[in-house]
Design a protein around this ligand. Structure first.
Ligand code: USQ
Length: 382
């Protein structure tokens, strides 16, 4: 299959490109280096330097033999996206091309506007370019479990059947996000759902939980092929942050009560979920939604697990609850369904002591680069 990866430079985009070529697909990547630019502007560079896309593609070709064409440009510009879609004519489109960080979206007005404009304009352009140049292409969009928020009822997989005054109708499951970033993902889903109904496009929307990890089957032997690894408050996700904090001897930053509960997954499972979705695409006129995570943890459980494994490796790991910079429920009900991807064949990689130890050992090799000042800067959400 010809697969176009939008956001192919990112934490998930680049590993996905390698994984899909390894599965025999023809892959091209597109990126405008927005994530790199924002990290530089906010002085929160990832743990180690990562080669640019052209360099990564050359390295990957040298070890695998696969050639991945690169398009560098801004997908919110119509002329650019039209050119890319016209020349590559994808059958599958993996859409990661968004400002991906909730804390960044809450930083200030400029960051909020950038997140809104980028995420919505790119999603709209993907829909329009798909319609014009490859109307049968299947769009696999990365959404987020954060679209649902933390309601006091079970979270279904995308849809909820509502009975009202004796009549029934299936609706998108009610959404109420906790950050502007998550709100743009709700708006993306609404846009996609509108054009699924209007034009019969085919879409899989993956409601993903926080991802952790560095290693995939494709990069394990070559450090230069590793993805970005952010550990700062703006772009780092919680488990990656805790691993770096443990290695740095920085007390683990549990926000508030630490009973915030989310569904997590290993980066290897993200790649498989995208692969499985592409292999059995949504039908024309279908918005298919999967909840994409494999295990549920509280922040306290993650911190205790990191502390136990770190201590076993001879580290001195303290847990120190800090004032929560976010506005979120710190104790809540959480019971989301997640059977769709398992039914498609997902075989989860769970968070074992070995997985955590492997991450800690990798971070240990870069310990000197950890900037303590990047870890907790208290971007207030409200
Ligand atoms: N948290 C801490 N301490 C920290 C960092 C985070 O207690 O040092 C807490 C947060 O308050 C939150 C939970 O850990 O309750 C998860 O935070 P996170 O930063 O790992 O995840 P989040 O900001 O929600 O966003 C991440 C990704 C985003 C994805 C989302 C899935 O950046 O792209 O959409 O995870 S979800 O959280 O399910 O919405």
């Amino acid at each position: 299959m010809r697969i176009l990866i939008l956001g192919g430079d990112g934490y998930l985009g680049w590993p996905t490109a390698m994984h899909l070529t390894g599965q025999g697909h023809e892959v091209a990547v597109v990126d405008n280096y927005l994530r790199r630019r924002l990290c530089r502007e906010e002085n929160v560079e990832p743990l180690f330097e990562v080669p640019n896309l052209h360099e990564r593609v050359d390295l990957w070709e040298s070890v695998s033999g696969y050639k991945v064409p690169v398009f560098v440009g801004d997908l919110s510009e119509w002329d650019f996206i039209a050119e890319v879609f016209k020349s590559f004519t994808p059958e599958g489109i993996v859409h990661y091309a968004e400002q991906p960080a909730a804390p960044y979206s809450m930083l200030n007005r400029r960051a909020a506007t950038l997140t809104l404009l980028n995420n919505l304009t790119v999603t709209a352009n993907v829909i329009f370019a798909g319609r014009e140049f490859c109307p049968d292409a299947h769009i696999v969009k990365i959404g987020t479990m954060g679209e649902y928020g933390t309601p006091n009822i079970d979270i279904e997989e995308g849809w909820l059947e509502v009975e009202h005054k004796g009549r029934r109708q299936n609706f998108l499951y009610p959404r109420q996000a906790g950050s502007l970033y998550h709100t743009t993902k709700i708006m993306d889903t609404d846009l996609l759902w509108f054009y699924v109904r209007m034009w019969g496009i085919r879409v899989t929307d993956l409601m993903q939980g926080p991802v952790y990890g560095l290693f995939t089957d494709e990069n394990a032997d070559m450090e230069q092929l590793l993805p970005f690894f952010n550990y700062d408050e703006l772009f780092g996700t919680v488990l990656n942050r805790f691993v770096v904090q443990a290695v740095a001897g920085y007390p683990l930053t549990v926000y508030g009560k630490g009973e915030q509960t989310r569904g997590y997954l290993n980066i290897k499972d993200t790649l498989n979920c995208v692969y499985l979705s592409l292999e059995s695409p949504a039908k024309p006129g279908e918005l298919r939604i999967f909840n994409q995570f494999t295990e549920i943890f509280t922040v306290n459980q993650l911190a205790e697990h990191v502390q136990r494994v770190g201590t076993g490796l001879g580290m001195n790991v303290e847990i120190k609850p800090v004032k929560n910079p976010r506005k979120e429920a710190e104790e809540h009900y959480y019971n989301p369904k997640h059977t769709g991807l398992l039914e498609l064949g997902l075989q989860p990689h769970y968070l074992t002591d070995e997985v955590l130890a492997e991450m800690m050992e990798a971070v240990l090799r870069h310990k000197d680069l950890i900037q303590h000042g990047h870890i907790y800067r208290q971007v207030k959400w409200a």
